[in-house]
Design a protein around this ligand. Sequence first.
Ligand code: GAR
Length: 209
Amino acid sequence: MLRITVLVSGGGTNLQHIMDRIDDGTVKNALITNVISNNAGAYALERARIHGEIETDVISPKSFPDRASFNKAFLEKLNDIDPDLIVLAGFLVVIPPEVIKRFRNKIINIHPSLIPSFCGKGYYGLKVHEAALARGVKVTGATVHFVDEGTDTGPIILQKAVGVEEGDTPEILQRRVMEEAEWIILPKAIDLIANGRVSVGNDRIVHKI
Ligand code: GAR
């Protein structure tokens, strides 16, 4: 059984879909044991509490005198949990390098664009969709990838394209990308990992068996 910790900052719709797909048996051999947020007011935490049987925690850089002490406490928390997989589901805090090193190839992220478009520093949440609309792309989508030391640079596991439609606002496009891509490929990627169907080679290629 793959023991998962999900890191969240906001509404938690991706968390909800992971919980639902585990509960209805679509995602097999996986269990969410912990949900951690940097934001005590995140509705994602409430979703985990409503679900039950998931430990929730809040740890924020704002509660520490400097980044180094936050990074240390964050690593200690994750070491205590010792998850098999960490899922970033709308987590807006930069993952400390020591956490990436300790959990190499055990951290995945959902990003709301087709990487390498509209990703990297400063591209998160609605900003991604604002940029996609400003550039006038006709197709966007979402990507699930392993997390490495860069921002949105790790090996890609799954992507799904979503069409941009006439009259889209960033909010409308964000919702469509969630419904048609994120909520499908994030649980799917977890299922692939939980069932030994994804691995990362030295050449950063993700193999699906
Ligand atoms: C999602 O759209 C996710 O792709 C995005 O934040 C949103 C969280 O929504 N993540 C990023 O932009 C990371 N760079 P949710 O809290 O409802 O799952």
